[in-house]
Design a protein around this ligand. Structure first.
Ligand code: TXA
Ligand code: MG
Length: 319
């Protein structure tokens, strides 16, 4: 447990303090116009891994990267004319856009859960002012433990995350109380991935295009698909001693007698945060047509290990 400080977000000095904490890798709950977000530097793998850990999320769902506006968004994603129209009409505000990720984007792959798309939004409220000081995006899911209701006050955040994060920035009540609308602009329509404060009718009026619902209104995180993260080769799990022709994803110190074609170390010291932050890089490093067999070391099931094992099970699933 750590002591969670409360910072009153009353002036510029407080906003700078929060930005500096985020730049150092701390986790700070920060108010937006929708709900309080559990913010961490989106380029810092350990900070992002700690977001999942603090929330107790059993899976690495992709997170929303919060930006100051269109100029920052364009460093991370391809913004086509339809996306630009939505940005112009609804940002800053409660609309999140799922856009193609730029391959050179300085974003940790845990934010996008290794996907080729990224969810971006430009928020209002204290978060917007903190981002202006920080100058780069933060990943921020709602600041609550997984499965609990989304928080609209600092006190509400402390109830489930007190002792798990460095600070909460108290900027009063979040006004909307429900999360942003998430859409994916497509060629001739807009796909609604999560309903929220911006309505389908407003989006249709702004774009002149139809809004289509994703099967039912429920969120379908792409990571829910069973074999989504599967690399080209066959994956064996919980392997303490790999075969000599296997590519090995290791966790913890390697035994002297370990023989493998190549080794990608998730964490030499057995640190689950470090391992989480390197997982998608490991799977993609060994995702090649000439790599047929991948073995993965046993990962403990506790804490972040549950989310790591969830993703590994998907990578190893039959397809
Ligand atoms: O109002 C909000 O959006 C709040 C405040 C803090 O900004 N944030 C929020 O974040 O609700 P989060 O992480 O709880 O919700 C992000 C959702 C995930 O459920 C995920 O399914 C979806 O966004 N998402 C993120 N990246 C995606 C992607 N590349 N493709 C499809 N869905 C994505
Ligand atoms: Mg949530």
């Amino acid at each position: 447990m750590i002591e969670t400080q409360t910072i009153r977000l009353a002036d510029e000095a407080a906003e700078r303090d929060v930005a500096e904490r985020l730049a150092r890798g701390e986790l700070v709950a920060v108010p937006t116009e929708t709900v309080y977000g559990l913010a961490g530097d989106a380029a810092d793998g350990k900070a992002v891994a700690r977001i999942f850990e603090a929330k107790g999320r059993p899976r690495f769902n992709p997170l929303i990267a919060h930006v100051t506006g269109r100029a920052m968004a364009e460093r991370y994603a391809e913004v086509d004319p339809l996306a630009a129209r939505l940005i112009e009409r609804f940002w800053p505000g409660p609309l999140t856009l799922v856009l193609p990720l730029r391959p050179d984007a300085p974003l940790h792959p845990l934010v996008t859960a290794g996907l080729p798309t990224v969810a971006l939004r430009s928020p209002q409220g204290g978060m917007a002012r903190v981002l202006a000081h920080l100058g780069r995006p933060v990943a921020a899911p709602s600041a609550n433990r997984s499965g609990r209701v989304s928080p609209t006050t600092a006190a509400h955040v402390l109830r489930t995350l007190g002792g798990r994060i460095e600070a909460v920035a108290d900027g009063g009540a979040a006004t909307h109380g429900i999360e942003s609308t998430i859409v994916q602009p497509c060629a001739d329509h807009v796909l609604l991935l999560r309903p929220g404060s911006v309505t389908a009718a407003e989006i249709e009026a702004a774009t002149g295009l139809a809004v289509r619902r994703h099967d039912g209104a429920a969120i379908v995180a792409p990571g829910q698909m069973r074999s989504h993260y599967a690399p080209h080769g066959r994956v064996r799990l919980a392997v303490a001693e790999p075969e000599p022709d296997e590519h090995y994803i290791a966790f913890g110190p390697l035994a002297d007698e370990t023989r493998a074609r190549a080794v990608y170390q998730l964490s030499e010291t057995g640190d689950l945060r470090e391992a989480a932050s390197r997982l998608f890089a490991a799977l993609s490093a060994f995702d090649a047509p000439d790599i047929d067999r991948i073995a993965v070391a046993p990962i403990p099931a506790e804490g972040l290990g549950e989310a790591i094992n969830d993703r590994l099970a998907r990578a190893a699933a039959d397809r």
